[in-house]
Design a protein around this ligand. Structure first.
Ligand code: 5AD
Ligand code: SF4
Length: 459
């Protein structure tokens, strides 16, 4: 039996897909790159913005069409949309299985059942905000540990979840309603997993959490925080680089994290710390617990502790009530923050969130688009300036593999395709070299720069 997997959304989802895919392989299924050759199509979905959900619905529409001639094709939907829409999604003509993020340990059973019994099946958490029961947590732990070492998406790299869920309830965000309450995983389990990954040849591990810097595990007298995890993981032979995403701007554990970044050469000097807005009025309405001034003070602190730290951010433009003055405060913050790069999103109301229930989506789409473009342009100038500093310099990168986008890079030679890699500070570097370098550290001299990409020559 062949399974075709498609993933939408964030690193968490990519990790879940990797876990599910190794569970299915162990149960005797094979993976295929083509829907044509598949017996099962499994879609891992994202609910963070409406656009992400629309893409899944158009994919499902296509599958419905395919099923008219191939009625035995099984379609499984997992991830955030599965949890959010539950039975309504199961009603879709194309869908056979709806399985929430907490139910993925059951995925092989659900697929086998669908094949044998030809019945639709729903597996989601009924009351998602209730304290996760121990049975469910144990099942997820076992699933994570059993399959967490086979993730070969990027050679030499792996992702390890340190916590699930979120308790922050930013007013625009659907995550707490689809991923449930915040649960930090036991440090011993995380470290054991990183050791196994190192033994399997992994050089870079990225620790994942919705608010990864809030990681907190109490064992007896001791409270383990993210800095403890990073410090312990730094001692593991074979692990060269450690990263963590994504951070919530908060003082809690911040000094500890900066300290380990400054002290350990293995902890990459990179911090992704979304501000979302530069207006205190909007930050308050977003239920973000800081002001623009406090946010910028955190960045100052980070730069004082880790001299060459690269900082990245996220912003939402067009949040309800955002007037020109609020947007200008965001532009101002971006000027001051001097991000390496940032991700900018147009506000998308998500059903069930407090912003959707209580605030009118009153910024017209044209205004959202204009603010998005304007903010991107401001950031592009800053990114361009920061990138130019690398001209003529030599950087160490971890090679990911062939570059997906063809870039303008003059030196194309025999057996030397365009490869892409990243520096410790997360700068993307494109260069020509043998494909066998994927998963290796190399040194590259930068000969050209653009705002988001450095171009270099292999040393
Ligand atoms: N609309 C637009 N962007 C959103 N994000 C989260 N929820 C929404 C929403 N409802 C953005 C935030 C977050 C990133 C992952 O997605 O900027 O940091
Ligand atoms: Fe969503 Fe806020 Fe939690 Fe991030 S911290 S997942 S934006 S609720």
């Amino acid at each position: 039996m062949n399974v075709f997997l498609q993933t939408y959304g964030c690193q968490m989802n990519k990790l879940d897909t990797a876990l599910v895919s190794s569970a299915l392989r162990e149960a005797g299924f094979s993976l295929t790159d083509s829907v044509k050759e598949s017996d099962v199509v499994l879609i891992n979905t994202c609910s963070v913005r409406e656009h992400a959900e629309q893409r899944v619905f158009s994919h499902l529409g296509h599958l419905k069409h395919i099923k008219e001639t191939r009625p035995n094709l099984i379609v499984a939907v997992i991830g955030c949309m599965a949890q959010r829409l539950g039975a309504n999604l199961l009603d879709h003509e194309a869908v056979d299985i709806v399985c929430g993020p907490a139910q993925i340990p059951q995925i092989t059973e659900l697929v086998k059942k669908a094949i044998n019994e030809k019945q639709k099946n729903l597996a989601v958490t009924e009351k998602i905000r209730q304290k996760t029961n121990d049975y469910q947590t144990d099942a997820l732990e076992k699933f994570e540990s059993a399959y967490g070492i086979e993730d070969k998406r990027i050679p030499g790299q792996a992702f390890v979840r340190v916590m699930r869920g979120c308790n922050n309830f930013c007013s625009y965000c659907v995550v707490p309603y689809v991923r449930g309450p915040e649960v930090s995983r036991p440090p011993a389990k995380i470290i054991e997993q990183i050791k196994k990954l190192a033994e399997a040849g992994v050089k870079q591990v990225t620790l994942l959490g919705q608010r990864v810097n809030a990681y907190k595990y109490t064992a007896g007298e001791k409270i383990h925080c993210l800095a403890d995890l990073l410090e312990t993981a730094s001692d593991i032979n074979g692990i060269e680089w450690l990263r963590f995403v994504t951070n919530y701007p908060s003082e809690e554990f911040f000094d500890e994290i900066l300290q380990v970044m400054a002290d350990s050469p293995k902890v990459c000097n990179y911090l992704h710390i979304p501000a979302q807005s530069g207006s205190d009025k909007i930050l308050h309405a977003m239920n973000r617990h800081y002001t623009a001034k406090q946010y910028l003070e955190l960045l100052d602190k980070a730069r004082a502790a880790v001299a060459d730290i690269a900082i990245a951010g996220d912003f939402i433009v067009g949040f309800p009530g955002e007037i020109e003055e609020d947007f200008q405060a965001t532009v101002d913050l971006v000027h001051k923050a001097r991000y390496k790069n940032c991700f900018i999103f147009k506000y998308s109301p998500r059903p069930g969130t407090t912003a959707d229930k209580g605030l009118k989506d009153d910024v017209p789409i044209e205004v959202k688009k204009r603010r998005n473009t304007e903010l991107l342009a401001v950031q592009e100038t800053i990114s361009g300036q920061l990138s130019r500093d690398f001209l003529g310099k030599e950087v160490k990168i971890l090679v990911e593999g062939p570059s997906k986008k063809p870039h303008l890079n003059s030196a194309v030679g025999e057996g030397r395709p365009q490869l892409v890699g990243r520096t410790a500070r997360d700068y993307i570097v494109v260069f020509n070299g043998p494909a066998s370098l994927a998963g290796e550290f190399v040194r590259v001299k930068i000969i050209k720069t653009s705002p988001l990409t450095l171009f270099g020559e292999l040393m």
